[in-house]
Write a protein that binds this ligand. Structure first.
Ligand code: 26Q
Length: 836
């Protein structure tokens, strides 16, 4: 087992004995019962569960996970019983994505079981790291939005909030990425091939979902059969969400689709055995696979059905729970706060109205009031082309009743607009829930804003732009509904678990309260002037870099120099995130070294990782470009040992946990105004990387917190980007900036595509011919200047580590605990409900 981590956590948990710890997990004050004692005996760190000599690492992993699951199971039940008994107001977090990653080490840490596990691992001489590697990442998300949902679950459980996550149990998560000849290839992520010890099926709590049509699979595509209403089953699979300290264990409930009967006996007796089974098959297709974030090419019908399925299952489930203790429907907003993670679950506006009208038999006004007071919406994107719109036709076929309700909501809304702004038909057209241009479509963001009491953005700049630009007219009508909730990340996974060495140093210096109150990190500020503390921090970073280099070599054969600067950019590949700008920076540095071999420049390793949506051709070319850049630089003796570029395949939560602690520099270089928040920026800051970034998303607030002197900001502001739309020409930069021109000429001379001439011509289109929409060339020079300032600082190791410490010390605000505290008090009006 990782000895660093053991040391840290043993200290943090003030070393309660193993038996004391286990008592806590046997229900509350009750003594260990006979049954739990037996469990304790049987599973006390997998005693009889395995003979390490006889079984392989996968079996060892399963045994360890099952032991941990047994330890938490009573506490899990008690948490639910407590909420039920207290009739507590609950948070329901609805999300199409939960990017969880691995659970074993995280659950052990949050349960404070490390000392016991370490003991067992030592006694049994287990290869703990190999065992941990057996767990597949639960990759049920694309990126930031899905990972945010997972961080929020951790914070809500840690803060003892009565919360439940609702999502879909995809059989295949985000595709797995491999790189061949520099190109991305996608493979299926069959993460449930082996049984998952963290999930508990609850078939007795299944729900029915009614649809206005039936489906068949025709040549691999789902086709609606009109006029034949059908029923699907939602089967819940629950996963424990362990709060830090192990007192609260909340639930993430994921729905799997199934057909109502194993066979349709009617058809069976008529001899159509295969037809009956095929129906079952098509029902299960629904939750088969996560849609890759392909914000620009929407319009897949199956995704629409998935979204409704999540909404229908979750509302049926939570309404049933509400009705058990609440005879009066009017108490709904006092018992439930439902948060939408983007518009993906916003069909819930219509579905909740349907339940209140048709099942509770309330009048429209009362149903509308309850619906709005229960629901809240978080927006994660400003790109107009990424705002969800679904064809009206699909509603007619699949959800006719919900469509009727949406049209009635719209009729009342537009009446209101015409009353308040007489004669302003332009405004009527803009706020309408229906986009009448082209085929009629329902605007899901408008539906979510109108049908809820709260709309928030995820960083100050983003919330401002949302209000002032993207949905200006709605914000003018309902100003009190709009607010900002700047994102955060959980310091348990992203610091304590991912970086035990740094976590240990921090705890030695200021105690362990930072784990649940990250603002405590402020206390590190004076230590920036403490020589021995600076040495400790430097050593921790150096060790993390060496560990990463060893891991990389042993898993891929790639060799990086831990004495070089590790400069990372890891995120989905997208034009607005500007991996291309980073690539251009590297080409300029490469040219400088080729032209002037004596140039003094600290050795650098540039690391990229990220997936491109399978249909996003240009993003795939960017990946190819970065890989060719890496190969060309490797093969060029002129820069050997000075520049190294690495593209790591299969970016995922587990890779981020390895790479972030080892990074010196974090690149957050989106075109200003386009990145809603960013969250990896926060993880890097907590782990002692310095940020090279644009004034975008939460990076702006990070720089404010750390002081701009301790940050490396560059580039156009969002206002300047917007203001340049009329007149900007990338050719000006090409014509007037020699380094920019030389970099582009080198790319277009096929220097990086010697054997594949012309493959990077699409980059010429993007950067020059088509006007450089994302302003790469406009920001390249100031990027290089900021980069130089960073290199100058690196030359003074003391000054560098000072800034590192000030950054870590200023990162407290970016804990998801702070974010959740704001949602809880300002949107949800919920209080903690401690489990005794
Ligand atoms: C929509 C319809 C059909 C298919 C896919 C989608 C889809 C799926 C995922 C659309 C968008 C997403 C994901 C968006 C996302 O991750 N946004 C990021 O959210 C983070 C958390 O708030 C922010 O930090 C990032 O800035 C933002 O890009």
């Amino acid at each position: 087992m990782n000895s660093d981590r053991t040391r840290t956590v043993a200290k943090i948990s003030s070393s309660p004995t193993a038996r004391e710890l286990l008592k806590q997990y046997a229900c509350g004050p009750v003594q260990l019962t006979g049954a739990s004692n037996a469990l304790y005996e049987r599973h006390l760190m997998f005693d009889n569960v395995m003979d390490p000599k006889a079984i392989g690492p996968r079996e060892q992993y399963e045994a360890a996970a099952k032991s941990v699951r047994d330890v938490l199971s009573q506490r899990w039940l008690l948490t639910e019983r407590t909420y039920e008994r207290e009739n507590a107001k609950r948070i329901y977090y609805l999300s199409m994505e939960f990017l969880i990653g691995r659970s074993l080490a995280n659950n052990i840490m949050n349960l404070l079981l490390d000392p016991m596990v370490k003991q067992a691992v030592d006694e049994k001489r287990l290869d703990w790291l190999a065992l941990l590697e057996q767990e597949p990442d639960a990759g049920l998300g694309n990126g930031g939005l899905g990972r945010l949902a997972a961080c929020f679950l951790d914070s809500m459980a840690t803060m003892q909030l009565p919360a439940m996550g609702y999502g879909l149990r995809y059989e295949y998560g985000i595709f797995r990425q491999s790189i061949r000849d520099g190109w991305q290839h996608e493979e299926a992520d069959n993460w449930l091939r082996r049984p998952d010890p963290w999930e508990a099926a609850r078939p007795q709590e299944q729900v029915e979902v009614r649809l206005g049509c039936s489906f068949e699979v025709r040549s691999g595509k789902l086709a609606a059969v009109l006029g034949e209403p059908s029923i699907l089953l939602g089967i819940p699979y629950d996963r424990p969400v362990v709060g830090y300290g192990g007192r609260t264990i909340n639930t993430l409930r994921l729905w799997a689709a199934a057909a109502p009967e194993a066979f349709d006996f009617h058809e069976f007796s008529a001899g159509d055995f295969v037809g009956a089974l095929a129906e079952r098959l098509s029902a299960e297709t629904l939750t088969r696979v996560l849609y890759p974030d392909d914000s620009t090419s929407m319009g897949q019908g199956l995704r629409f059905v998935q979204e409704y399925f999540l909404v229908a299952c979750s509302l049926a489930d939570l309404v049933r729970r509400f009705r058990r203790n609440n005879p009066d429907w009017r108490a709904l907003p006092d018992r439930a706060a439902i948060q939408f993670n983007d518009t993906h679950p916003s069909l819930a506006v219509a579905e909740l109205m349907r339940i209140l009208l048709d099942e509770a038999h309330l009048g429209w006004d009362e149903a509308w009031d309850l619906t709005r007071r229960t629901l809240a919406y978080t927006n994660h994107t400003l790109l107009p082309e990424a705002l969800e719109k679904w064809p009206l036709r699909w509603f007619e076929v699949l959800l006719p009743r919900q469509l009727e309700i949406i049209l009635e909501i719209n009729r009342r809304l537009l009446d209101d607009v015409r009353n308040r702004f007489p004669g302003d038909e332009g405004r009527v057209e803009r706020v309408s829930l229906i986009d009448e241009r082209g085929g009629r479509k329902v605007r899901m963001a408008n539906l979510a804003i109108v049908g809820s009491h709260s709309t928030n953005g995820v960083a100050a700049i983003h919330s401002g732009l949302l209000r002032r630009v993207t949905v200006k007219d709605l914000a003018e009508m309902f100003p009190e509904r709009f607010s900002n909730k700047t994102n955060g990340v959980t310091p348990r996974r992203w610091l304590l678990l991912a970086n035990p060495a740094l976590a240990g140093i921090i705890t030695d210096a200021i105690g362990d309260r930072w784990i649940t109150d990250l603002a405590e990190l402020e206390k590190l500020k004076p230590l920036a002037d403490d020589r021995s503390f600076r040495d400790d921090i430097r050593r921790a970073k150096q060790d993390a870099k060496s560990r990463f280099a060893e891991w990389l070599k042993s898993t891929s054969g790639v060799v990086v120099d831990p004495a070089s600067i590790f400069d990372s950019q890891i995120k989905r590949i997208h034009e607005y995130k500007r991996q291309l700008l980073n690539g251009l920076r590297i080409v300029v540095l490469y040219n400088r070294l080729r032209e002037n071999p004596d140039l003094e420049m600290a050795p650098r390793t540039f690391v990229f990782a990220g997936k491109a949506a399978p249909a996003y051709q240009l993003a795939k070319i960017i990946i190819k470009f970065l890989n060719n850049l890496a190969d060309t630089i490797d093969a060029d003796p002129a820069v050997k040992g000075r520049l190294k570029v690495v593209f790591l395949p299969e970016y995922c939560v587990s890779l981020a946990e390895r790479l972030i602690p080892a990074s010196d520099v974090s690149n957050q270089i989106s075109t200003a105004g386009y990145e809603a928040s960013g969250t990896s920026n926060m993880k890097f800051m907590m782990n002692g990387a310095l940020t090279l970034g644009t004034r975008d998303g939460a990076t702006i607030e990070m720089a404010e917190a750390a002081g701009e002197d301790n940050f490396f900001l560059f580039g156009l502001t969002a206002e300047q980007v917007a203001g340049s739309r009329g007149w900007y020409s990338p050719y000006w930069h090409y014509d007037n900036e020699p380094e920019t021109r030389a970099a582009l000429d080198l790319i277009f001379s096929n220097h990086f595509s010697r054997y594949e001439p012309g493959i990077f011509e699409p980059l010429r289109d993007v950067l020059l011919t088509h006007g450089d929409h994302y302003r790469h060339l406009a920001d390249l020079t100031s990027y290089l200047e900021a980069d130089q300032r960073l290199l100058d600082l690196y030359a003074d190791p003391d000054a560098w580590v000072r800034k590192v410490i000030l950054n870590v010390a200023s990162s407290g605000r970016f804990s998801s605990d702070r974010t959740i505290a704001e949602y809880a008090s300002q949107i949800w009006n919920v209080q903690p409900c401690p489990v005794p």
